[in-house]
Ligand binder design. Sequence first.
Ligand code: HEM
Length: 533
Amino acid sequence: MLSELLSYPALLVSAIFLLYSIVFLLKRPQIPEIPIIGARKGDWFPLLQARWRNARDFKTALERAYMQRGPVLVPVAEEGNIVILPFAEVKFITDQPESILNFDERANNFVQIEHTFMDPRIASVALQGSFLRTQLTRQIGSLVPVLAEEVAWAVEKYWRVTDTDDEWHDVCVFETIRHIVGSVANRAFVGLPFCRDPELVNNGMAFAVDVPLSSAIIKLIWKPLRPLVAPLITIPNRIHTWRFRNILISEIERRLRRYDEQQKDPEGKTPPFEPEPNDVLQWLIKQGKASGDPYMWRSKTLADRILTINFASIHSTSFTMTEVILDLVSSKAEYIDEIRDEVSSVLAAHGGKWNKNALNQLEKLDSAIRESARLSSVLSTGLARTVVAENGVTTPSGVHLPQGTKVNVAARCIMRDEAIWAESETFMPFRFYDQRNGEFQITGGTGGYKEDLVRRARNALTTTSPDFLTFGHGIRACPGRFFAAASLKLMVAEALLGYEFEILPNKPKDSWFGVTRVPPLKASIKIRKRRKL
Ligand code: HEM
């Protein structure tokens, strides 16, 4: 029988597949004994059937999970079995050390980094959270003026409405915003002229689509087969990485040569004299050289690090900005006018030039962006971590989570919970502004200067908390959020000062792809140039 089987390769492959399916169906994965969302009485294979149902309507699955107010299991197609912990356990997640609940393990598994990124070693430096947390955040003050210049250029270019034109024009919000965000972010990452090359932005964004798409397919494949199949599935990833690298490589090599020359001639006597660029690429070159590891200053490594930063930042910022614009234009004209008045008076007070202080004074705008990021957050689930402790971990509600369990919270539901947020489903742009400036007292406090500062800080766009999870929370909260907040404010300010918007009767609908919520990418709005008074 066995020899017969071995002589027919097709039969052998079918037999292996059958065996694997049986083992897969019968093997009870190591999962906690908690309710399974999506499973029904009488299901033969509750996990598999729930997985299929939840993948088709993850929004409902998430809402059901949240309503349980305790840990639940949510099987879903591309992610497998995830445990959703209740709101009360957010602090438990953020309090755990990385040796128990690990961020990188989950993130790298989610994107299948060893298959979807072209250089497997980049995994060890890929997310570069600590680099951004220190370098980029520290430099925001010096970056604001150049970012403002780039915003003005990009909005003018991509919204294409001339000063003399009185007509209303349709613009597709996401399609134009992604280019604007791409140029603005890359002005800080690689500088001029590269940030204005649409091919750089297009390939960076294409790669950011390739990764979740290819990783979702790869995760459906049996692990031992992945190294064989992944190279085929990730052909687009390789094409876009290759094109992205090609745009930057000669500039990187030029800067590396310049760096070496300057090291030999610190006085700067050898021409050409040029000021050192102040952008992420240059900081990465310095960091790479200082590390003493030649891998870190290979031009390919440096290009891939810029690509990874594009991957982490452009989609999240473009989606957030798209939602802000759509939330504003489907609210009230008075709201827009009030924010616009704030923007013009703050700008005038700073002599018509943006700087970090001026951005900090845009409290109404800050509040409107935070409110949009609460109500229309791009996150469905949040605080994604994997249990890495060998003996697992037990939650405060007493559920034991074995090693390997994927943990999340229902971020979207927390941020829309009526018990936490008054009129939680309504876009109230001044919600956080009022909380910053209102009579509200901190429990047990005296309402003094210190408490005033705390209240202000608590309600600022970049402040994370257990109930505001758009940027995550805890030690791994988004390191790019201060940069994102500055860019978002500059972009919305430019849009409000330069344009009028036709108010929409309703906000266009979003869509869901498995666990991912995507804003209305095709939505258009009507804009026209504002007359300067
Ligand atoms: C509005 C825009 C953005 C949103 C909504 C956003 C959201 C997030 C979220 C939810 C996380 C996971 C945090 C956690 O689980 O606790 C994260 C992580 C991260 N974000 Fe952002 N992000 C944005 C912009 C950016 C930008 C502009 C950059 C880079 C310049 C960036 C770089 C990163 C990196 C590198 C990580 C991984 C952090 C680590 O390794 O510790 N993000 N972001």
